[in-house]
Write a protein that binds this ligand. Structure first.
Ligand code: ATP
Ligand code: MG
Length: 203
């Protein structure tokens, strides 16, 4: 069914992030985009080295973050954790990832999922002019960020999502302080955090 509006091309979402850790805000946004845009699948793309965070804070190892994404997306058909950026190594640039996806085929219609807080940063991304031609932005609202506005030069759609005021930054702080975050992350992610002994100290 999905894909007919694109002349039969599969509709594939790419939801990139550090996911440090994956939380209920990510999950709600991913499901809203998957369903709202009738995607065939949505790749939850775990950054290997998030260059935006380089020198700003230390980032949890990619394998740990990936394992939490696998745990948090299990049971939602259509959400597919992707380790393409981890396997490529080095800094994770979205344009390189789209090139890699295109090279692997099949030809698809790509939707790049971003929270509203990311939109003002897009002009700093590697080869953003070329990237613009490769994707349609799927923008989701984020509490605390400016209202969703399609940036000029990009094809963009807004995807309604129930705003959830949760961030990785808050979670790392709460966990380091020993506070319960059971209502902010999927139970399987909480289990993974405990088993792996993550976020026990403030960074
Ligand atoms: P941090 O505080 O460490 O930056 P984060 O919660 O912003 O963590 P990221 O991995 O930086 O998580 O974000 C990945 C993507 O998910 C971004 O596009 C971001 O806008 C989006 N996102 C994160 N939290 C939410 C949320 N609560 N609602 C909607 N989108 C979100
Ligand atoms: Mg963020």
């Amino acid at each position: 069914m999905a894909g007919r509006a694109d002349g039969g091309l599969p509709r594939v979402g790419v939801f990139g992030g550090t996911f440090d850790p994956f939380h209920n805000g990510h999950l709600a946004a991913a499901i809203a985009v998957l369903r709202g845009l009738r995607l065939d699948r949505l790749l939850v793309m775990v950054a290997n080295e998030p260059w935006q965070k380089e020198g700003i804070r230390s980032v949890t190892g990619a394998e740990d973050r990936y394992a939490l994404v696998v745990a948090g997306t299990a049971g939602v058909p259509g959400l597919v954790p992707s380790r393409i950026e981890i396997d490529r190594g080095g800094p994770s640039y979205t344009v390189d990832t789209l090139d890699e996806l295109a090279a692997r085929g099949p030809r698809s219609s790509y939707f790049l999922v971003v929270g509203a807080d990311v939109v003002p940063e897009l002009h700093t991304w590697k080869d953003q002019e070329r990237l613009r031609g490769m994707v349609t932005l799927a923008i989701v609202a984020r509490p605390g960020a400016a209202p969703v506005r399609a940036p000029s030069g990009w094809r963009a759609v807004e995807v309604p999502v129930e705003p959830l005021a949760v961030s990785g930054t808050d979670l790392r702080t709460f966990l380091a302080a020993g506070r319960s975050v059971d209502d902010l992350v999927p139970p399987a992610v909480m289990h993974g955090i405990r088993c792996r002994g993550l976020y026990a100290t403030e960074r």
